[in-house]
Design a protein around this ligand. Structure first.
Ligand code: SAM
Ligand code: SF4
Length: 371
């Protein structure tokens, strides 16, 4: 596949925005109390996929994200996957994001029967007080039951989302979550630092982000625990058992082209990036009228794309090919950072050291100019 080749877009994201309630930390495009619109939305998403003429080539990865995709219900997810499956290359990765309280044996079986290969479960924590601080509706038992349901069926790979830097979280909490994760032994773990996103209830309520050093300690504790158990720390917030890396996310970090459909979804094809507007009703109405959904289009120049390749590529543990990524704005900074043990250069590639990855943001600020 050649990036920018419209025939070659191999990665499809589908945004399924319905949620039972909005969690206090979440700023994603989410629709609460609109389950009545699920059939119309399904029809609109299927129509947008049919219109997406960039999706001619076989898909290597598909990601149904949200929102809470599993709130669509097994029948609608099956219908959607029935449309998508014929577009997939043999062995394609097909992930469905799920909230623990929506997962039971029947749903897992339906997803696997419909061609899903992987489920990404938003566990966040098993600690009662942290789930409460995050405003989550499910308790630790539901998280455990969801994992059991996936494991008992046995056909789907499991990814777990965890959170660190939650107000009130200490090293003991992180150790308890780690112990639980290692017992579940998912093929993949995303361990995100809680972001206090503008507009989220947690940010509006004045909750204070934990001290940076404390969050860094928790991060290092998670990395050490997972690496000690055989996980590869392959991206700043992501870990995998051998072969368990998320191919869809890797496509983003490798700056490949992708198409996103659904409200709020983003697509990038060559120099063009477009973003569907939020707003369920407008989205459905446009597609029912046989039109593209309302969206904004951005033309990204070569400099923007070059900087993005560096920002994304240095998140990974793989060497970044400088001929592919393009020149940095401050080549002298590469020498300086290498001297400080933050990156290594080898045969035309750059790779951040472990310490460099912990400071990736600062490293990127030294080598690139930002507007
Ligand atoms: C788009 S959400 C959807 C997942 C699913 N609805 C759920 O809540 O389980 C995917 C993941 O993003 C992470 N996330 C969401 N908001 C976040 C925030 N403010 N800071 C850090 N991670 C966040 C959570 O770990 C969540 O599981
Ligand atoms: S975190 Fe997940 S469940 Fe909560 S509002 Fe956001 S998308 Fe919905």
């Amino acid at each position: 596949m050649t990036p920018g080749d419209p025939a070659g877009v191999a990665h499809l994201y589908v945004h399924l925005p319905f949620c039972a309630a909005r969690c206090g930390y979440c700023a994603f495009v989410v629709e609460v109390g609109r389950e009545d619109a699920r059939d119309a939305y399904l029809g609109a998403v299927r129509a947008e996929i049919r219109r997406a003429d960039y999706l001619r080539g076989p898909l290597e990865s598909v990601y149904l994200g949200g929102g809470t995709p599993t709130l669509m219900g097994a029948g609608r997810l099956r219908a959607l996957l029935d449309d998508i499956r014929p577009r997939c290359a043999p062995g394609a990765e097909v992930t469905v994001e799920a909230n623990p309280e929506t997962v039971d044996a029947a749903l897992v079986a339906a997803l696997a029967d419909a061609g899903a290969t992987r489920v990404s479960l938003g566990a966040q924590s098993t600690r009662d007080h942290l789930l409460a601080a995050l405003d989550r509706r499910c308790g630790p038992d539901q998280v455990r039951r969801a994992v059991d349901a996936v494991r008992e069926d046995g056909r789907l790979r499991l990814s777990l989302d965890l959170m660190l830097g939650v107000p009130g979280q200490d090293g003991g909490d992180l150790a308890a979550d780690l112990e639980w994760v290692l017992a579940a032994r998912p093929e993949h773990v995303s361990w995100y630092e809680l972001e206090f996103k503008e507009g989220s209830a947690i940010a509006r309520g004045g909750a204070v982000a934990p001290d940076e050093d404390h969050a860094a300690d928790l991060y290092e504790q998670a990395i050490a625990g997972l690496e000690g158990a055989g996980y590869r720390w392959y991206e700043l917030a992501n870990f995998a058992l051998p072969g368990g890396e998320c191919r869809h996310s890797l496509a983003y970090w490798h700056a490949r082209d992708y198409v996103g459909v659904g409200v709020g979804a983003v697509s990038t094809v060559g120099a063009r990036r477009w973003r569907n507007a939020p707003g369920l009703d407008r989205y459905i109405a446009a597609l029912e009228a046989g039109e593209d959904p309302p969206r904004t289009v951005e033309q990204r120049d070569a400099d923007v794309r070059r900087r993005e390749r560096w920002m994304l590529g240095t998140r990974l543990d793989e060497p970044l090919d400088m001929a592919w990524a393009g020149p940095v704005d401050h080549p002298d900074a590469l020498e300086r950072l290498a001297g400080r043990g933050l990156l290594q250069r080898h045969a035309g590639t750059v790779r951040l050291t472990r310490r460099g990855r912990l400071l990736q943001n600062a490293v990127v600020q030294e080598i690139l100019d930002f507007a």
